[in-house]
Write a protein that binds this ligand. Sequence first.
Ligand code: FAD
Length: 387
Amino acid sequence: MGETLRTDTVVVGLGAMGSQALWHLARRGVPTVGVEQFVPGHDRGSSHGESRIIRTAYVEGAEYVPFVRAAWERWADLEQASGQELLLRTGALMAGAPDSGAVSGALTAASHHALEHEHLSPEQAQARFPHHRFAPGEEAVVEQEGGVLLPEAAIGAAVRLAGEAGARVLTEAPVTRIVPDPEQPTVWMGGTEIRARRVVVAAGSWTTRLLPQLPDLGIRVERRVLGWFPITGAPEPHTGGQVFARDEADGTLWFGFPSLDGRTVKIGVHSEAPGARFPGAQWGEPVDPDTGPRAPDTADGARLGLLAARLDGVATTPERMSACMYTMTPDEDFLIGHRAELPGLVLAGGFSGHGFKFASAVGAALADLAEHGRTDLPIDMFDPQRQ
Ligand SMILES: Cc1cc2nc3c(=O)[nH]c(=O)nc-3n(C[C@H](O)[C@H](O)[C@H](O)COP(=O)(O)OP(=O)(O)OC[C@H]3O[C@@H](n4cnc5c(N)ncnc54)[C@H](O)[C@@H]3O)c2cc1C
C-alpha cells in the first residue's frame, strides 16, 4: 500500500517558476509540498546554464513592462531574504536595423512606459561599444534597467527559503499522474498520493505530458544551444559590458552576456527566420523532454561561431556548449492561470524562451491564484483559456 499525504497546496516542478511559487506560498504560512522529479538546479529542463537576461524596455511587447517591473521588485526581495546576490545589474543593449524587433520593440516599450533609455545612431553605437561589430546602419537602444540573473542560485535560494519557512520538499520524486478536482485534486507519485486543496503545475517542457486532460494548445518543445567563447583580446569590454540582444539582417535574434568568469563570453540564438537556418543546426528542432535535447555538435558550434564573429576580441570556436529546451506557445506569450479542464489546478507553462526574468513575479502570482483564486499582478494577457 502506498502512502497518503495531505496538505493545502502542492507545487509540481521546482524549476524557475515552481521554486518561486513554493517560496511565496511557504513564506505566507500556507502548508505546501513541492515535488521535483530531479534535484532542484538540475540541467535537464529550461533553467540551467549559469545566466539569464533581465531587461525592461521589452522587445517582445510593451504590455510586458508592468510585469517585468513587478519581477524586479520580487528579485530584490529574494536577494534580501536569502542574503545572496542573484541579479547582477549590468544594463542592457538592444541593437539591429532601425525597423528590427530589437530596436523598434525596445523603443516602443520605452516610450509607452516612459522608461529611461538612450537611442544611439550607428556611429554612436559603434563608438560606445567597440567590442560589438555592428553592421552598417545598425542602431542601439541602451537601458540601465537590465542585468544577469543567476538561475541555479535563484532556484536554490527559493527552495532553501521555502524549506526554512515550513514547506516540505520532495526531490527525485517524479509525479506520475495529477487528478483534477475542484475540492480535492490529487497528485500521484507511483503508489504515493498527495491530496490537496490546490495544485500548482509548473512542469516546464513536461506540461502537456503530465496533463493529458489539456486539449491541443499548440505547445511545442524545441532545442536551443548556448556557447561559451574564449576572449582573445582585452577582457575589459567583455567583463564590464551589458547583457545584449541583437537582431541580424537575416532575422536571427541572438543574445549574450558580459563574461562572468573573465575568460569566456556566453551567447545563444533566441529565434531565426526560416531562411536563416544554418545547415545542420536545427534551432527549432522538436524535443522529447524525457530523452532531452540532442547534445551540442560541431554544426551548433559553427552556427554560434558566425555570431561570435560579430563580437570583437572573441574566438569563433566555443570552449563549451550546453543544450536546453524552450517550451513554445503559438503566440509566445505565457500560460498562467486556470483552465476549465483542470479544476483545482493552477497552470504555469509555455514560457517560450523568455520566462526566467519574470519567475519571481510568476511565483507570487501563482501563490495568489492558489490561495485566493485571483491576483492583482498584471497577468490577464497570460490567461491559459485564450488558446
Ligand atoms: C538556452 C535558454 C536561454 C534562455 N535565456 C533566457 C533569458 O536570457 N532570459 C529569460 O527571461 N528567459 C530565458 N530563457 C527562458 C527561461 O529560462 C524559461 O522560460 C524558464 O526557465 C522556464 O521555467 P519553468 O519553470 O517553466 O521550466 P523548468 O525550469 O524546466 O522547470 C520545470 C520543472 O518541472 C519538473 N518536472 C517536470 N515534470 C515533472 C514531474 N512529472 N514530476 C516532478 N517534476 C517534474 C522538471 O524537472 C523541472 O525542474 C532561456 C531558456 C533557455 C533554454
